[in-house]
Design a protein around this ligand. Structure first.
Ligand code: C2E
Ligand code: MG
Ligand code: MG
Length: 326
């Protein structure tokens, strides 16, 4: 909240002459319960003084733990900026198989090997990339790398039919020129559009359904496929599902984890599979870790699988070892 106040205040405004900009020093104290109003305001004041002392236009917490979290987050943000600029991130490939055990494609997953922190999870840095707008550059970089790979594989007998799934974040998908940008990347890399699968989540699509459908249709016309990621964790409503030009539903791994033991999860997995089948979609189960899980899913009618049982996300050189030799 403090960051958003400070960003709002930073917008230039006009008084007598145009373009006046102000900033704010913000001190934050958390109410833990038990403090008096005077104490709380006093703590805020101490934090505010720290903010001013650090060069103004800054944000400081009274609480050392919160301050540490804030510092860590801003240093991560700085480092991510540098990593994105220098393309210091890697893509790992995770295999997807059909019921015959044949590899049909791979999902690309971003990895950030931080010089000091080691591997940072995308669950940590994707939200930062989204908030800072870095996701735009990063997201297109991922799509381009995937398309380069598709093109490279197009002449290899054992890989030319593989599709690559790419996760698309909300912020990126909402860009007005998203469809056009993807079209440009396809043209530039020479990748076959029908080998590219874009993974969207329900929240991405539902944020602006009409707009999303328009973009999906435009890309669909080129041959690009669409997969609904983490299905079952959101609204999972038939009403919109039937209207979208989707190709695949991915059952979230939270429903796969307790199979075949959990009756509740079995009901959900079955429902998602029959929903997908009746809409003419392929259904892929995520997070398959045991043969028992795969067997249960197969019996429910699932089409495709992804998970540690088949292979962990790994550099492309390792992924290709899973393919039949040429
Ligand atoms: P997701 O798209 O649902 O990706 C599947 C996640 O499940 C991956 O985590 C993968 O490593 C993990 N996983 C796969 N098989 C198994 C399994 O058998 N067991 C368990 N426990 N986990 C498994 P990861 O790589 O940490 O990625 C997390 C999330 O970060 C992804 O979830 C996706 O939402 C996001 N992400 C990753 N790469 C990108 C990217 O390039 N762009 C965007 N926008 N988001 C990305
Ligand atoms: Mg995904
Ligand atoms: Mg998923």
């Amino acid at each position: 909240m403090a960051i958003s106040i400070s960003e709002t205040l930073r917008q230039p405004f006009e008084v007598a002459s145009p373009g006046i900009t102000i900033g704010a020093s913000i001190g934050v104290a958390l109410f833990r319960g038990g403090e008096s109003v005077e104490q709380l305001l006093g703590n805020c004041d101490i934090a505010l003084h720290k903010a001013k002392a650090s060069g103004r236009d800054a944000l400081r917490f009274f609480d050392p733990e919160m301050q540490a979290a804030l510092d860590q987050r801003s240093s991560l943000e700085q480092d991510l900026r540098i990593a994105v600029r220098n393309k210091n991130l890697a893509l790992h490939y995770q295999a997807q198989t059909d019921n015959s055990g044949t590899i049909i494609g791979a999902e690309v997953l971003l990895r950030w090997n931080h010089p000091e922190r080691g591997l940072v999870s995308p669950l940590v840095f994707i939200p930062i990339a989204e908030e800072t707008g870095l996701i735009e550059e990063l997201g297109y970089w991922v799509i381009e790398k995937a398309c380069d790979q598709i093109h490279l594989w197009s002449t290899r007998e054992n890989a030319s039919s593989l599709r690559i799934s790419v996760n698309v974040s909300a912020h990126q998908f909402q860009l007005d020129d998203f469809a056009l940008s993807v079209e440009r990347i396809l043209a530039k890399t020479g990748a076959r559009p029908d080998r590219l699968m874009l993974e969207l989540t329900e929240s991405v699509i539902l944020a602006d359904l009409e707009n999303a459908m328009q973009k999906m249709r435009a890309l669909k016309q080129l041959g690009v496929g669409f997969s609904m990621d983490d299905f079952g964790t959101g609204y999972s409503s038939l009403a919109y599902l039937s209207r979208l030009p989707l190709d695949e539903l991915k059952i979230d791994r939270s429903f796969v984890a307790r199979l075949p033991g959990s009756d509740n999860d079995a009901v959900i997995a079955r429902m998602v599979i029959s929903m997908g089948r009746s809409l003419g979609l392929s259904v892929l189960a995520e997070g398959v870790e045991t043969p028992e899980q795969m067997e249960a899913l197969r019996q429910y009618g699932c089409h495709a699988y992804q998970g540690f049982l088949i292979g962990r996300p790994s550099p492309v050189e390792e992924f290709v070892l899973l393919l039949p030799s040429q």
